[in-house]
Design a protein around this ligand. Sequence first.
Ligand code: HSE
Length: 438
Amino acid sequence: MGERAIRIGLIGFGTIGTGVIKLLQRQRASIRDTLGVGLELVRIADIDTRRDRGVKLARGVLVGDARVILDDPSIDIVIELMGGTGLARRFMLEAIAAGKDVVTANKALLAHHGDEVFRAVERAGVEIGFEASVGGGIPIIRTLKESLCGDRHQAISGIVNGTCNYILSRMSEEGGEFAAVLKRAQADGLAEADPSFDVDGIDAAHKLALLIQLAFRVRVPFTQIAVEGIRHVSQADIAFAREFGYAIKSMAVAKRCGDRIEASVRPTMVPRRHALASVNGALNAIAVRGEALGDTLYVGAGAGMMPTATAVVADLMDVARNRVHGSRGRVAPLGYPLRLQTRALTVPPDDRLGEYYLRFLLVDRPGGLGRIASILGVHDVSIAAVIQREREHGRAVPVVIRTHQTREQALRLAVRAIDRLAVVRGRSTVIRIEESIG
Ligand code: HSE
């Protein structure tokens, strides 16, 4: 085994970076004993070199310019925790071209430029660790790459955005509409000041794009993942869902449909009896359905300083171990050679099948419900159950319908026609029901 410590440079000293330094300091001896070689943090680069992050660093370790790390030939591994897809992409590609191994938590970068980054990694014969990019501390990337690699996967479904899960859980447990609960989450530091990436489903879609490549060995163009956020989910929907026996979760789902893949991120009703329905707060959970193994579920802290730091440090140790044993490239970035990856055929919107929950606000007068039912019938949408409330205030009453399995496109056309009826107030709500998730 080598004598020299593995030398590490960190770019981006935010929350996760701070957690990584804390963990490296706390676990220093144990890591050295485990690997037979130490991990030495040589430099940290961040534009903010003044803020006190509550960790002690030797003089000169923290610098304001990432070049100090990239241009240092003695640095073996670069951790990229700055985020974004501009500079981060450049820095990663530079580090890889210079023969350095890289570790990142940057799902946006890998979702948009993964091809380029993974190809560069394979070409340079270096390693990349990105366990922290999906599910924070949940070891789902390595699980798919290594532990489950002997199986063929049918579906992967997950709660992969902690912010959405926290908001929907609080709405469900304590009442309150989306806007008010989001404000409370922001005040508690559990939602970003600009929450769009999270609540509009983009962050989850980035993660799903990666999970698809790992689970199905294909690539789905990011634009072909149907993405819908949670802003429109209301207390009324949560209450009706409960009546039908469901909880509403923001679900990222990818499944095989014949030789095609269907991929979406959207508010989804999941049966309350399913374990995913009780994964609450900021927790994440990922369900994998394998042909041989069946269903497995991975639950844990999907974000946060120390949970995410554990994933980064595990990647560092893995990369360091392969360096020490001369086995770099032992496992390809995605678990299989990139040249074997194909572009997936996705299910066209016209052919997507599912069950749906619909909520309309209907003026209470004779024939109203009949007109809705008849439009659904014309579009071949079959009704499984209906709830209509009595009038409380004003003349409009909520009508809730659960459909049998139906074509998504036909349903959208039917709802558009229903929304144009004079007896219908406002825009109707459509939420997918997933009866059978992994
Ligand atoms: N913003 C993410 C979330 C955490 O809310 O789950 C980082 O992936």
